[in-house]
Write a protein of this length. Structure first.
Length: 539
């Protein structure tokens, strides 16, 4: 977009909500800018051949970019063919978070991470944040508008008496019964990440104006709106109920039990959808052909970071913690060679539990369990059947909504039990420090490790990298080695030390493999917006 005064480049100034010329500094109200910067386009196979309106160069766009920049003169160009039909955005939320504030949010969040590579803390790296408008589908759901009655109760204790009070309240659904539920419409933007930086507030939605794209980047919607229609009314119903509960804090409101009954009670109905642009700050760290994301909601500042672990930092901190634990235990327990055999086997099993948990996350990621936009488009890349993915999604939803009085009671009991945990551990160590106790405990750990190995055999069927089972097999073999030593019951201590060393080496190998798995989880295939250049990167 060109300045009407000097023909310089205009960019959107987030802090002032105006267009600003990078050359002469002129400030132009967005409503006053009417100049068209759309390119002349021609389809060329799977690509778009377009002509720069400023210098006449012919360029090619081969991805889902809706705003691009000329390689010769740097001028911004809007590709209208990428925003046509129902994919043309009707509304957008302008950026509210400036780049300076964005970098401050990231730096503050990064200070909480222990094992982050130093490169990610460098100012020149943090400067690479990019402002991108992500296409979303905004679905509209309508509820009953009139006030309605709800029953509720409250229980509390005062002095020596327990009180139970019943209520009848007049409730009303927020926003006159109309909810807008956004789902991201970009294949490049994982649904699970989109949920991490949600919500966006509809109060800042304004009619789409290309001027807000000046100096920014934007993609086109490449996921059909119909993909998420099934989830829309479910999510809207739960959001409406949560909003009503927030109006009557302290009172346990009674709603119908099933989701379908809740929909009927609230008179939930789907109205339609619009294409909208929502603001997101992106920072990507590349490692070979994968990238790690730091993503910030451009309206609220909510942040999500998927950053890898630095192995050197992890090793140093882990060794320090291990030394402290060893010193503490040595004060209370007599550490013998036989004692070390079952402790090392236990360490292998505990690390194996963490490894199993990471394998499940990798399975979900490999099969895009929580990225439905990808599932609909790329079924051929997925090893897990659709029914199995649905089952995992439903299980995750149920676990998220299962916070009830029973769970609260469990948490309270766990807190009380933690006060008695330490002396019990000391007694436990003392009992199993004997030869007979150590042999029994290693046998028990072996059974658990074998069960864990069988479960991982089932998991690996749905993993792209089948070698994931090798660390688990090595761990099982190391525990078997320790069990055979305890069963043979040699007189010489060096046998027990040898078994312990084998287990600890297996545990160390699994730890480093676990870090590699975690780094795989925290990085993703190279997206189309990784190499975006030409925009106002100092917005």
């Amino acid at each position: 977009m060109k300045c009407p005064n000097c023909n310089g480049t205009l960019v959107y100034d987030i802090t002032k909500d105006v267009l600003k010329c990078k050359h002469c500094g002129s400030l132009i109200d967005i409503a006053d800018y009417e100049r068209d910067n759309a390119a002349d386009e021609t389809e060329w196979g799977d690509a778009i051949l377009y002509t720069c309106r400023n210098c006449g160069a012919q360029l090619i766009s081969m991805d889902d970019t809706a705003v691009t920049y000329c390689s010769y003169c740097g001028s911004e160009t809007i590709l209208r063919s990428q925003m046509s039909g129902d994919r043309k955005p009707r509304y957008l939320i302008p950026f509210k978070i400036s780049k300076r504030k964005c970098k401050n949010i990231f730096t503050k969040e990064l200070s909480k991470k222990l094992y982050v590579p130093e490169e990610l803390k460098q100012p020149e790296f943090i400067e690479k944040f990019r402002a991108i408008y992500i296409p979303y589908w905004m679905y509209y759901v309508k509820f009953r508008e009139e006030p309605f009655s709800l029953s509720g109760f409250k229980t509390y204790t005062r002095g020596n008496y327990d009180y139970y009070e019943e209520y009848e309240v007049a409730a009303r659904i927020h926003d006159n019964g109309l909810y807008g539920i956004p789902f991201d419409g970009s294949r490049n933007f994982d649904d699970s990440i989109a949920q991490e930086i949600a919500p966006f507030s509809r109060k800042d939605l304004i009619p789409f104006n290309p001027a807000y794209l000046a100096g920014m980047y934007a993609d086109r919607a490449n996921v059909d709106a119909e993909v998420y229609e099934k989830e829309v009314t479910d999510r809207a119903t739960e959001e409406a109920i949560n909003d009503i509960r927030s109006d009557f804090k302290g009172i346990n409101l009674i709603f119908p039990k099933t989701l379908q009954q809740k929909k009927e009670f609230l008179q939930t109905r789907y109205l339609g959808h619009d294409s909208v642009y929502l603001p997101v700050w992106f920072l990507t760290w590349r490692n070979n052909d994968r990238v790690a994301y730091a993503i910030i909601n451009g309206q609220t500042g909510k942040i999500h970071i998927d950053l890898p672990v630095d192995k050197k930092k992890f090793s140093l901190i882990t060794l320090l913690i291990a030394a402290i634990i060893f010193v503490v235990l040595s004060l209370f327990v007599s550490v013998t060679a036989r004692f070390l055999t079952w402790v090392s086997a236990l360490i292998v099993f505990l690390i194996g539990l963490g490894f199993h948990s990471e394998l499940k996350k990798i399975r979900d990621k490999d099969n895009h369990v929580f990225d439905k936009g990808y599932l609909i488009t790329d079924q051929k890349d997925i090893l897990m059947p659709e029914k199995a993915r649905d089952r995992l999604r439903n299980k995750a939803e149920q676990s998220m909504s299962s916070i009830n009085a029973g769970n609260v009671l469990k948490i309270i009991l766990m807190c009380i039990g933690s006060f008695f945990l330490f002396p019990i551990i000391i007694v436990f160590f003392s009992v199993f420090a004997t030869d007979e106790g150590a042999g029994f405990l290693i046998f028990f750990i072996l059974i658990l490790q074998a069960i864990l190995f069988l479960r991982e055999l089932l998991l690996v069927r749905h993993l792209k990298d089948k070698s994931s089972i090798l660390p688990s097999f090595v761990s099982l073999a190391s525990v078997v080695c320790n069990f055979l030593i305890s069963l043979y019951h040699p007189v010489e201590d060096w046998w027990y030390y040898l078994g312990s060393i084998v287990c600890l080496l297996a545990a160390g190998a699994m730890c480093f493999d676990l870090i590699d798995r975690y780094n795989d989880l925290s990085t993703r295939p190279l997206p189309s917006f990784y190499e975006r250049k030409g925009g106002d990167d100092n917005a």
